[in-house]
Write a protein that binds this ligand. Sequence first.
Ligand SMILES: [Zn+2]
Length: 373
Amino acid sequence: MQTKEKSLFMLAHEEGSNLAIVFNDHVHDSKQNTYCQSHIIWNKSDIEISKKFSPKKNNAVLLSQSYLRIGLDSKSFRVSECGSFLEFAHEITDQGEVSEVGKLHSANFCRDRMCPMCSWRRSYKIFGQVSQIMELIGDKYKYLFLTLTVPNCSGDQLSLVLDSMMDGWRKFIRYKDFKVVKGFFRALEITRNNDPCSKSFGTYHPHFHVVLAVPLNYGSGRNYISRDKWLNMWQKAMKDPSISQVDIRVAKDKNASKEASLELASAVAEIAKYAVKDSDYIYPEDPDLTDNIVVTLSGALHHRRLVAYGGILRDAFENLKLDDPEDGDLVHINQKLNPALAWLIVKYGWSCGTYKMTDVYIKSPGEEVNDIE
Ligand SMILES: [Zn+2]
């Protein structure tokens, strides 16, 4: 009988942007001969790193430089360290096959509200959470997308406007008509008008993206709320009759399927993606403008909850024991590594504007691995 003993990884090298890991199998055949077979796996995580992690890390570096220029030294340090190492785990099967796509299992993320890397991780996390919540709730409800806006404001007014929006939201969900809503997910987004030809150039546009869970018979009975009614409720909550922009649409019909749930989760993750998009405040060619916007946004977002679950979505969130999408674990989006399996761990470090592989090792089944969240 032939047996195999793995001595994984003898060397790793780069070819173009791809990284290969070469490792050996020591094969013992029935005649007690031992010989060596070499295998190469192309590490596909490397592509994910260069296409996704590196651009976010580069923007995080620019944000950190801006924080330093405006005197927020400790924030600057934290963001500069964000994602300075990443470890990917590739599953090794009993047959010794190594999966080409690794899972991120350890990294040091800073969780700064504006960090481009962490915002991107957060959107993955919210996608994972909403997928699980939708699966638990199933097809008992129908979902609506609601966008609540207020008139654009200047950077100086932004913080006060956000305060009044948060107050307005609390009133809004207490209105009698809102009782038809059985649960919600709410995300704050702030965009900035960057069009020099526009008369509102340089102003900020804060708005809420909301997903509402309503009964399946919503729309057929008396519990239907028209767009004008939503607008009216929001104007009243905000004490601002000049508000004219409210958008409401059906997100998902009652014929729910797993695909529809995933589609909804991904639509939710999309709206919850970034409180602020890095392209709205990182101007590599214009540090003064970057600093100006970073001061405004970091001040306005300080200690603010950017996303919130309510009603049955909050109940499902608690039943599933999900952690805080804003301050929780940004590494393990779905699950941690199964300790009963063997894993090939590939570690990368950020150096001179790029990620480089710094270590490869094998984690045998049952062996402890220290995850860093
Ligand atoms: Zn970060």
